[in-house]
Design a protein around this ligand. Structure first.
Ligand code: MTE
Length: 317
């Protein structure tokens, strides 16, 4: 986590997401309209939809602060990596095809009892909060966004892993009809990622269901994704359908494609170059400015301890 040190140029938090204010008003109006529709029609879908939007914006957890302004949504919402919908950064139109309702998350593997849960039910069970996080892509661009969600540790508690569980594996949906990128046979679909259970228990590891004070737009990985801010962005798998607990280290999508360039740990480190480019600095989305990259993306105080005794591993690839 970044330290609560305010620089002269740092914008106050209450100005960081003016859209949230607007959205809270919109959510209230939407909720009222939806409730009316729900009671008149006895329509469960309408009521479920109300449940969604009425939860946003969630209260911001003030522990997580930034050393830079929040990236305006117009920049971050049209510069995405979501290979299921193509390799361009403008996946927004293609990602419209993603059907997110209903959406079931499966919890399985080394747990007391595997189960499935609808994302809306899960949200109601665990609650939501907003956190300002930085995101550093391995391609050397970065952004700072207000994610809404809940600590991954809450999902781990619900899952009740057994003593043999050492890792957590995330899996994205698989649907070639909906996601044209999945027709490209040379990628090891579905997209998978993983963390150790110790990493998953770190308070920074976050399950995300919203951004900018509203439910996740499709291109950000709706309706549920991960945010692991001290690691390169590819660790933050999108549109999750399955979370599994395993004894073995899971094989991940990018590792399956090119293990020499994209390893399991993938912690941010400016001193360790990607084989094809430097990681020393990053381009902040929405500006031409390059800023120095920080070890663990600036979250070293919170996470460096996770890697004591693992110095022999390729922690930064
Ligand atoms: N998850 C899935 N399922 N598919 C992807 O292509 N790309 C990853 C990660 N999660 C990706 C994914 C990469 S490389 C990055 S940098 C982030 O998502 C980008 O997140 P954003 O588009 O919301 O900024």
């Amino acid at each position: 986590m970044l330290i609560r040190r305010r620089h002269g140029w740092e914008i106050p938090e209450h100005l960081a997401t003016p859209e949230a204010v607007f959205l809270s008003r919109r959510a209230l109006i939407g909720a009222a309209a939806g409730l009316a529709a729900g009671s008149l029609l006895g329509n469960r879908a309408a009521i479920a939809a109300v449940g969604d939007t009425a939860l946003y914006p969630a209260e911001r957890n003030s522990t997580y602060t930034l050393d830079r302004p929040v990236t305006p949504e117009r920049f971050s919402a049209d510069y995405n990596n979501f290979y299921e919908f193509g390799t361009s950064k403008s996946v927004l139109p293609a990602a419209n095809a993603l059907k997110t309702k209903p959406w079931i998350l499966k919890i399985d593997g080394l747990v007391e009892k595997p189960f499935e849960i609808g994302v809306d039910d899960l949200i109601r069970k665990v609650g939501l909060e907003e956190r300002l996080y930085r995101h550093r892509c391995v391609e050397a661009w970065s952004m700072a966004v207000p994610w809404t969600g809940f600590p991954l540790s809450k999902l781990v508690s619900l899952a009740k892993p057994t003593s043999g569980a050492k890792y957590i594996r995330f899996e994205t949906f698989m649907d070639k009809a909906m996601a044209p990128g999945q027709r490209a046979f040379f990628y090891p679909w579905p997209y998978t990622e993983g963390l150790t259970l110790a990493e998953a228990a770190n308070d920074l590891a976050f399950i995300v269901t919203g951004v900018y004070g509203k439910p996740l737009p499709n291109q950000f990985g709706a309706p549920i994704r991960v945010a692991v801010p001290w690691k390169y962005g590819f660790k933050s798998a999108k549109s999750l359908v399955k979370v599994s607990f395993t004894a073995e280290r899971p094989k991940t999508f990018w590792e399956g494609l090119q293990a020499s360039e994209y390893g399991f740990w993938a912690n941010v480190n400016p001193a360790v170059s990607h084989p094809r480019w430097s990681q020393a600095s990053e381009r902040v989305l929405g500006s031409d400015e390059r800023v120095p990259t920080l070890i663990y993306n600036g979250y070293g105080e919170q996470v460096a301890g996770l890697y004591k005794g693992l110095e022999g591993e390729r922690l930064f690839v």
